[in-house]
Design a protein around this ligand. Structure first.
Ligand code: NI
Length: 174
C-alpha cells in the first residue's frame, strides 16, 4: 500500500496471447501458495492486468473458513444478488500486519474467463463472496481500507487482538 501501481485500474487481459497469460497465471498461483494466501490479484505482484486467483483448502491458517475452490479468473465481473451486506475482518498481502472490518455484499454472482478458455459463472455467499469482492477490487485500484466504515475497526493485528476486537476467520489474503 502506497505503491501507485495498486491504485490504478488494471487493463483487460483477454487480449493477451496465451504465453503471456500462462506466465501471469503461474506467477499468481506460485505467489499465492508461497504466501499461504487465500487470494491474490495480478496488480499486487506488479502485473497490470485483470487477473485474480483465489482458493482455500485445509489451510491451517483458516481452520474455520469454508472451502473455496481454487480458481483463476480473467476479466472477472461481480454483481450483488441482493442489497444485504455484512461485515467481516479482512487482511491483505499488500497491507501486511493489519486487519480491518469491511462491509461487503452478502450474496453475489461472479463471472470470468478461465486460463483454459472456458467461462465461469457462479453464485457465492459469505466468505467466498468476500474473497471474490476483495480480489476484484484490486483490479480497480481499490484496497480494503477504503471500504472500512468504522475506522476504529482498523489496526495492527496484535493491537486488535489485545483489545479483544479481532475475531473470526474471514481474512481474504493473510
Ligand atoms: Ni488484497
Amino acid at each position: 500500500m502506497g505503491d501507485p501501481a495498486l491504485r490504478v485500474a488494471a487493463a483487460p487481459a483477454s487480449g493477451l496471447d496465451a504465453a503471456a497469460l500462462d506466465g501471469i497465471v503461474v506467477d499468481l498461483l506460485d505467489t499465492m501458495a508461497a504466501m499461504d494466501g487465500a487470494g491474490l490479484a495480478a496488480p499486487q505482484i506488479g502485473i497490470p492486468y485483470r487477473v485474480v486467483a483465489f482458493g482455500l483448502k485445509n489451510n491451517p491458517r483458516y481452520p474455520e473458513a469454508e472451502p473455496l475452490p481454487l480458481t483463476v479468473l480473467i476479466d472477472p465481473a461481480v454483481e450483488a444478488l441482493e442489497t444485504e451486506t455484512e461485515e467481516g475482518w479482512e487482511g491483505c498481502l499488500s497491507v501486511p500486519g493489519m486487519r480491518g472490518l469491511v462491509t461487503r455484499w452478502r450474496r453475489i454472482r461472479y463471472a470470468g474467463g478461465t486460463p483454459g478458455g472456458e467461462r465461469v459463472i457462479r453464485e457465492a455467499a459469505g466468505f467466498h463472496a468476500r474473497v471474490v469482492q476483495h480480489e476484484c477490487d484490486h483490479l480497480d485500484g481499490v484496497l480494503y481500507p477504503d471500504r472500512i466504515e468504522n475506522r476504529r475497526m482498523f489496526g495492527f493485528i496484535g493491537e486488535l487482538q489485545a483489545a479483544g476486537l479481532l475475531g473470526g476467520p474471514a481474512l481474504p489474503e493473510e
